[in-house]
Structure formats: structure tokens, C-alpha cells
Design a protein around this ligand. Structure first.
Ligand SMILES: [Zn+2]
Ligand SMILES: [Zn+2]
Length: 105
């Protein structure tokens, strides 16, 4: 894995090399373009010629689950909500989930 933008604390980032921000690359989670100034990671995917870019929040969202999952109200937790609030874009939902997750750690 490589990272770009801001280096976050934590074991995930510890041994990884910094990469140039892949401006214009499509985030593998939210489908939006990576912009200058964004933070994120590059993950090599099996069989892919180039590493897949993810926004920082989108990558974290894949690890921690969606906002409603964090709140225990999604279907996999016995509730009735989808993991991400449907009124948010995937990127907004990812950023909201990470903010909630960081607030409780
Ligand atoms: Zn994204
Ligand atoms: Zn859940």
C-alpha cells in the first residue's frame, strides 16, 4: 500500500511509502475523482495493472463499516437501515462514518 496527501497516524500507515496524489483517478469506493489536496491510499489489486486509489475516508469506511452500521441500526446488526444513510453520497457517508468512528476512539 502507498498513501498520498496527509499521513495519518496508525499501524496501517506505518511502513508504507508516500506516493504522488493521483489527481483524476477514480476512487474505488465512492466513484468520485481524486483531487489535488485529497488524502488517501493506493492499494494494489490482484490482476490490475495499476493500484486502485481510495480517499482516506472511503478506505476507512471499507474497514469500519457505514454510519448506520457503527450505530448498530443496519440490517446486519438487527436493524432496518442500510449501512450508509441513503440521503448522502457515498463519499459523504464515508466521511460521516469516519468522523463518528474517530469521535469514539
Ligand atoms: Zn472516495
Ligand atoms: Zn451492521
Amino acid at each position: 500500500m502507498q498513501w498520498f496527501g496527509k499521513k495519518y497516524e496508525g499501524g496501517l500507515w506505518h511502513d508504507c511509502a508516500k506516493a504522488e496524489t493521483p489527481v483524476g483517478a477514480i476512487c474505488g469506493q465512492c466513484g468520485e475523482e481524486i483531487a489535488e489536496g485529497d488524502d488517501g491510499v493506493l492499494l494494489p489489486l490482484f490482476g490490475a495493472p495499476i493500484a486502485q486509489a481510495f480517499h482516506y475516508a472511503c478506505h476507512m469506511r471499507a474497514l469500519i463499516g457505514g454510519l448506520n452500521h457503527l450505530r448498530g441500526t443496519c440490517t446486519c446488526c438487527g436493524g432496518e437501515d442500510p449501512p450508509d444513510p441513503p440521503e448522502m453520497t457515498r463519499r459523504q457517508a464515508a466521511e460521516a462514518a469516519v468522523a463518528e468512528w474517530e469521535a469514539r476512539n
